[in-house]
Design a protein around this ligand. Sequence first.
Ligand code: FES
Length: 358
Amino acid sequence: MSIDFHKLRVAEVKRETPDAVSVRFELPEELREAFKFRAGQHLTFRREIGGEELRRNYSVCVSPSEGMLKIGVKKIAGGAFSGWVNDMLKAGDVMDVMAPHGSFCWAFDETARREYAAFAGGSGITPVLSLLKTALAMEPHSRFTLFYGNRNSPGVMFLEEIAGLKDRYLDRLSVFHFLEEEEEEIELFNGRLDRTKVEEVLSTVVRPQNVDAFFICGPGPMMDAVEEALIAKGVDKPRILIERFTTGPLSAAQAAAARALEEKAAGLKMSVTLNGRRVQVAFDPEKHSILDNVRGAGLPAPFACKGGVCATCRAKVTAGEVSMKVNYGLSEQELAEGYVLTCQATPLTEGVALTYDA
Ligand code: FES
């Protein structure tokens, strides 16, 4: 993954709902290769706001076949970055953007005849919309079912676009909206997508055993409810793909255990490679993570959320052992290949070697 930020000019800011916009970027010829993306991936943005450098990830909401780069940004209460994008950003502005990355992806195959289902909540629709459009465009024999939860209809991002897709793919796309504050005739579609509702959906609308992949993105409790319901129905993990935007804090016991590990790691030497440059770093527990130790040593290691979610800080361990506090960003396969989230990592042994270049 390239760690460089590129300057991208905003081509259009479009209001999608009272508190969400989509932002389309101009892509000059020389950056087209760098910004090639897979459906479901996201971009890392950097900007100084109020004297502080902020970094945020936003998912691409278009399919690679659409030939454009576009994200969706919902304004979060108290969110400095999302508020700035919603209230201030305009066409012609330039943003610092990292090349697309992320593993909320699926290997689509034009000869496949598959069944997909997605559970999206609020702005969690952004990567799901990219996957949905890609599945339907790339796999002419596949079907997609979308379960989309929101508070009310004015707050539904991409409502018209989804309705247009439903018309276009009449036989292959099914969409079910769940609204918390509005009453529909069919009781199933009223209220939050919680465990009970998800179980009902999995018993009546889709047959989990027939679905090749479930895509899940939205508020934490919704994602947990869907994942638990799918596992209870016997769906195996490789068919459950989850993209988290945020996580809750560690429990007091987890935080104490993590702190004890950091203190035990004091002074352990690590060899870190970034952009072909290798440096030796001694772990300082006051900097808490391998990422902040590496950055403190002068290497511009990439990061965004620092919460174990986005995987922007991903590096591969080639020697020694490390422990992660949480991991919501790496797949089983990435873990097996030795990747870690350095914002969550503490060395366990002397002589850990890791590279951001893998
Ligand atoms: S910076 Fe997001 S997972 Fe580490």
